[in-house]
Ligand binder design. Structure first.
Ligand code: NAG
Length: 304
């Protein structure tokens, strides 16, 4: 190998190493497609890598623009640079120094479908538009219905669990879930289910009674921006199972019936025996007295 060839080879090697290092350094991770509810908000998760040492937020400029029109900016730190139809509706939630370029779009409109791309500028050093990893939004003009799950059979006096859940993409202003009966027995949680999707869930536990039979239980979701959706379920409450009670009561009842008959019989027999006895003794006594009186009278008459 000649000196020239050797030099060319080294130069090529350096090029390859440099290119791979650079492509490793400037990188953005976004969700390529996300649903967005019109009038509500949508949060576009975003992470990026930049070359060199970590910098403070103030040293990096973050910009979001349309994929096909770089001058159509939906976010810029200087509001004058933002396109009119996005003015006042976008907010950078992530800290750029922490390599977090997460963006919130509020009051989502029908035409906000994108795709939108992030661009980082480190003044006096470098600028980079991540046009190969952009986010497209699919617009939802109306909200989805929440999902309501409940136990198959409801029984009078037995605690029952109801679960109402809704998916959303607006974690900065999550939807609220309310129930048609007391919300004091309910709990809520908002879960990250990955790729920019979240699930708001409410659990309601209460003890149904016969009064709840054939009534509706409704779960209503209110989204940021004012839209609502709800779902109802008809509750059928089974009566308390009576088998255990009957078998438990039967011996006591027959004993009671037995006593009901025995007591009056004994009482009647007892009293008639008593009265009969007293009557017999009295009769005997009076007969003797009458006989005495009669014999005395007879002697008196005889004496006169
Ligand atoms: C980026 O910022 C958002 C908004 O503050 C936050 O919810 C998210 O967890 C952050 N992501 C990472 C990877 O730190």
């Amino acid at each position: 190998m000649g000196t020239h060839a050797r030099l060319l080879f080294c130069w090529l090697c350096l090029q390859v190493i440099f290119a791979t290092v650079l492509s490793d350094v400037w990188k953005a991770e976004v969700v390529s497609e996300l649903k967005a509810l019109v009038s509500s908000c949508v949060v576009l998760p975003c992470k990026f890598q930049y070359p060199g040492k970590p910098l403070p937020d103030s040293r990096i400029r973050g910009i979001w623009h349309k994929q096909d029109k770089h001058d159509q900016r939906l976010y810029h730190e200087d509001p004058i640079e933002i396109a009119d139809n996005f003015k006042g509706r976008t907010r950078l939630l992530g800290h750029l120094g922490e390599k977090n370029c997460t963006l919130e779009i509020d009051e989502v409109r029908n035409h906000d479908h994108g795709p939108f791309c992030f661009r980082a500028e480190i003044p006096t050093i470098e600028k980079y538009s991540f046009v190969e990893s952009c986010v497209a939004l699919s617009m939802m003009p109306a909200p989805e219905k929440p999902k309501l799950e409940q136990m198959k059979t409801l029984e009078d006096g037995v605690p029952a669990t109801f679960k109402c859940s809704i998916r959303h993409t607006c974690p900065s202003h999550p939807p609220t879930i309310t129930w048609s009966r007391s919300n004091s027995e309910a709990t809520w949680s908002n879960r990250d289910i990955l790729h920019g999707n979240w699930e708001m869930e409410s659990l309601l536990i209460f003890i149904p009674t016969e009064k709840d039979d054939f009534t509706d239980l409704t779960c209503t979701v209110s989204f940021h921006g004012g839209l609502q959706s709800s779902v109802s379920s008809l509750m059928l409450v089974k009566r308390k199972s009576s088998w255990a009670c009957q078998t438990g009561e039967r011996p006591a009842q027959s004993k009671a019936n037995f006593l009901h008959i025995i007591i009056p019989v004994v009482a009647v027999l007892g009293t008639s025996l008593l009265f009969g006895g007293v009557f017999y003794i009295m009769c005997k006594k009076y007969r003797r007295q009458i006989q005495d009186l009669q014999s005395r009278n007879a002697s008196v008459y005889n004496n006169y």
